[in-house]
Write a protein that binds this ligand. Structure first.
Ligand code: NAD
Length: 405
């Protein structure tokens, strides 16, 4: 993964003429912290590897989630911290990039053990975290409840209140309204804008019915779109005249699989190849690959999942003239509202829903326009344009910091 970052940086650096000195600095993370966390389970002592990587603080304090997953490694966390650096620069929020994680299967721990593990994580890394240094958030298998525990531990250690230390907190503990749907809402603002300008049919197929896919389906349905297909890991449901989304979501809420929902069933592969104008991958990575990219009929793909398109597939989609709004832009609504949460915590003034919606809409559309302008200027895809925009912003900040000519 780290080799991929290096080759990516060189490729974008060359295309956009980013200063090679800047490219070189960005090839290594600024600060890698690791710890072994010990947990007493029954009469056993178990150890867990934990990480926090501040990849870049050129544009501000680090910002990125903490994931609990058996696949967590130093390399993975570092790569994810790099992508956060790019994403935060694309939407122009005043943060660098960071990420954290614990190599653990959280499903094997009970609630008390999970709480202890989370408190221990904060104790291990408190010296490299803080509202002006590096600000965590939820990621895979971490949630608002864990953020609340982490805030509590951090404030106890520091002997003062600092709600801006972490985002994605429960609203009752100074989290932001709309944070739970912010990724979907930000994605919707972009999708809706593109559909109108590209004069597409208001028909969407969504892969994934979790937090992101489910909330997007709800918003689209409320805004008069037809969601013709949606899936979970068991498969998808399809109705060309538009699914009854409230019913689908109620089914999911009851913990049931979509393969058992009444109606016409399709596989996850078939969903991606449907004859719809808009396709939204909102589940997992690498689902659009060289073997199916050629079969995709959508005119617009809005990537709400992280990394749903492989590099090879991306080239095929570009050749076919399909417009792809890349993940680093399309799913940045989550981190953008995290930024709003941090602003609210630091000013002590809490925003109404309408204010958050308006500010998110503006941030997403300004970022989209900037990416489109770069795509036109450098004659590249929206994905490459987003990377170039981010690199140019980081370059500009770095030049001032180091007084480079
Ligand atoms: P989630 O766990 O709530 O939902 C994931 C969905 O994907 C579920 O419906 C699951 O059934 C489905 N799924 C799992 N394996 C699948 C497979 N093999 N084929 C098809 N569907 C499958 O996760 P989420 O929070 O909705 O995140 C979804 C994606 O969005 C991830 O790539 C995540 O990194 C990305 N993302 C999420 C956020 C956020 O705020 N939650 C922010 C940015 C990016």
């Amino acid at each position: 993964m780290l080799d991929e970052i290096k080759s990516f940086l060189e490729e974008v650096g060359e295309k956009s003429k980013v200063d090679p000195r800047v490219v070189k600095v960005l090839q290594s993370p600024e600060l890698v912290s690791k710890a072994t966390i010990t947990l007493k389970r029954g009469e056993d002592l178990e150890t867990f590897q934990a990480f926090r990587v501040l990849y870049s603080s050129i544009r501000g304090p680090g910002k990125g989630g903490i994931r609990y997953h058996p696949n967590v490694s130093e390399e993975e966390v570092t790569a994810l911290a790099f992508w956060m650096t790019i994403k935060n620069a694309v939407v122009d929020i005043p943060f660098g990039g960071a990420k954290g994680g614990i190599k653990v299967n959280p499903k094997e721990l009970n609630e008390e053990e999970l709480e202890k593990l989370s408190r221990n994580y904060v104790r291990a890394f408190a010296h490299v975290l803080g509202q002006d240094f590096d600000i965590p958030a939820p990621d895979v298998y971490t949630n608002p409840k864990i953020m609340a525990i982490m805030l509590d531990e951090f404030e106890k250690l520091k002997g003062r209140k600092e709600p801006g230390f972490i985002t994605g907190k429960p609203v009752e503990l100074f989290g932001s309204k709309l944070r739970n749907i912010s990724t979907s809402l930000g994605g919707f603002f972009i999708l809706d804008d593109m559909v109108k300008r590209m004069e597409l049919r208001k028909e969407v197929a969504i892969q994934g019915a979790g937090n992101v896919g489910g909330n997007l389906a709800k918003i689209l349905h409320e805004e008069g779109y037809k969601v013709v297909a949606i899936s979970d890991s068991s498969g998808g449901v399809y109705d060309p005249s538009g699914l009854d989304i409230p019913e689908v979501l109620e089914w999911k809420k009851q913990g049931k699989r979509l393969s058992e929902f009444e109606g016409e069933h399709i596989s996850n592969e078939e969903l991606l190849e449907l004859d719809v104008d808009v396709l939204v991958p909102a589940a997992i990575e690498n689902v659009i690959h060289r073997n199916n990219a050629d079969k995709i009929k959508a005119k617009l793909i809005v990537e709400l999942a992280n990394g749903p398109t492989t590099r090879e597939a991306d080239k095929i989609l570009v050749e076919k003239g399909i417009t792809v709004v890349p993940d680093v832009l399309a799913n940045a609504g989550g981190v953008t509202v995290s930024y709003f949460e941090w602003v609210q915590n630091r000013t002590g003034r809490y925003w109404k829903e309408e204010e958050i919606k308006e500010a998110l809409n503006e941030k997403m559309l300004v970022a989209l326009r900037s990416v489109e302008n770069f795509a036109a200027k450098f004659n590249v895809s929206l994905r490459e344009a987003a990377y170039i925009l981010a690199m140019k912003r980081i370059e500009a900040a770095m030049k001032y910091r180091f007084g480079l000519k």
